[in-house]
Design a protein around this ligand. Structure first.
Ligand code: PPE
Length: 365
């Protein structure tokens, strides 16, 4: 995988450098890569960009001010690198006819503050200030749509597990373009997934209600195993053996027109998209319960789908190679997708007040 990624990015570097040359000088591409150092770091980073690679934007928000992308650096001995002490968010900003709008910015900011509180990290900003910062960043980077990533971490200073006031709390917000999480066709056709051999983080070990960097070591095990075995994603069971969630998504099961999703006690992240789907389903008169889901319920469901900021609403067409329903996107997932995208893309009224237009200051809301 790593080898393939490296090959891919080298090929892309060549192609990109070549075509830049061709454009710049009107000559056919030579396929030769310029010596490193011959361009700025940012241009070099841009040149390395492939579909799966991070594409730098101009600015990152750090502790109240905008800094250059390449200046958003931490020391290798910052507390976070050894001990995983970070909390973060993932938020989408969608293009709408009246300009970019951040989806459920306040709820994401609140969850960030909750995560910080659980880990005794004092984040010196309130919800309004965090939402203002997101708006400022999207504007500064002139994005039509993007994915925002606030990260709060314990920084450089003291050594040892016990964090002290000498490990400053650093707050960053970055944003970049991010396409479809589980592949371009995932939303329309669904994905093939497996139940992971890894158990989800257990209660009273790593708290699942916090979106902490350290939780994602568990997610990485789940996702890598799925990938190596040819699946788009893995579903983890909780400590008691009930369905919990995907490595980066909540999960919903539909049978006989009724939707069930695992409760917060099943070691799930309290997903903002999960809450969105719960509210949408209820508003459409679709019955929905939060209840424990036995593994085998996945196999006999009419529909199963994931939700998440990155994954949005992604249908699942097979679990452990057992075909779910007709093996394609089902009517409930499709209906929820239609409602969801109509709202986030500004095509139907924002009746739940979920969008923060970036053209408007938060204080005036
Ligand atoms: N569970 C997990 C473990 C999770 O990481 C996410 C989001 C969700 C559920 C859904 O939560 P929400 O986004 O609030 O609806 N995963 C984020 C990170 C993805 C990544 O690979 O990075 C996301 O979707 O942004």
């Amino acid at each position: 995988m790593l080898f393939q990624m490296r090959c891919q990015s080298r090929k892309d570097m060549k192609g990109r450098a070549g075509s830049l040359k061709a454009n710049g000088r009107g000559r056919p591409e030579s396929g030769r890569w310029r010596k490193p150092g011959a361009m700025s770091e940012r241009t070099a980073a841009l040149a390395r960009y492939t579909l799966n690679m991070l594409k730098p934007t101009a600015k990152i928000w750090h502790n109240g001010r905008l800094i250059d992308w390449n200046d958003a650096k931490i020391h290798v001995l910052a507390h976070v690198t050894s001990y995983g002490s970070s909390v973060f968010e993932g938020i989408r900003c969608y293009a709408t006819p009246s300009g970019p709008a951040i989806f459920r910015a306040r709820e994401h900011a609140r969850r960030l503050l909750d995560s910080g509180k659980i880990y005794r990290m004092e984040i010196p900003y309130n919800i309004d200030q965090l939402v203002d910062a997101m708006v400022e960043l999207v504007r500064a980077n002139r994005m039509d749509s993007c994915y925002l990533r606030p990260i709060v971490l314990r920084g450089y200073g003291n050594v040892g597990v016990l964090p002290t006031k000498d490990n400053p709390i650093e707050t960053y917000i970055a944003c970049w373009e991010w396409g479809k999480y589980l592949g371009d066709e995932a939303l329309a056709r669904g994905v093939d997934v497996c139940v992971s051999s890894w158990t989800r983080i257990a209660p009273n070990t790593l708290p699942a209600l916090a979106k902490a960097g350290a939780n994602y070591m568990n997610s990485q095990l789940i996702r890598m195993e799925a990938h190596i075995n040819g699946y788009a994603e893995g579903i983890a069971l909780d400590d008691a053996g009930y369905v919990s969630e995907g490595s980066g998504e909540n999960i919903f099961v539909v049978r006989d027109g009724r939707i069930t999703t695992p409760p917060l006690g099943a070691s799930v992240l309290p997903g903002i998209t999960r809450d969105t789907v719960i509210q949408l389903a209820r508003s459409l008169g679709i019955e929905l319960v939060e209840a424990p889901v036995p593994r085998e319920m996945l196999y006999i469901a009419d529909e199963v789908f994931f939700t998440g900021t990155a994954a949005e609403i992604t249908p699942i067409r097979s679990v452990d190679r057992i075909v779910i329903g007709k093996g394609e996107r089902g009517p409930v997932a499709e209906r929820l997708q239609r409602e969801f995208f109509a709202i986030v893309e500004g095509k139907s009224a924002d009746r739940f007040g979920w969008l923060t237009p970036v053209g408007e200051a938060v204080a005036s809301k």
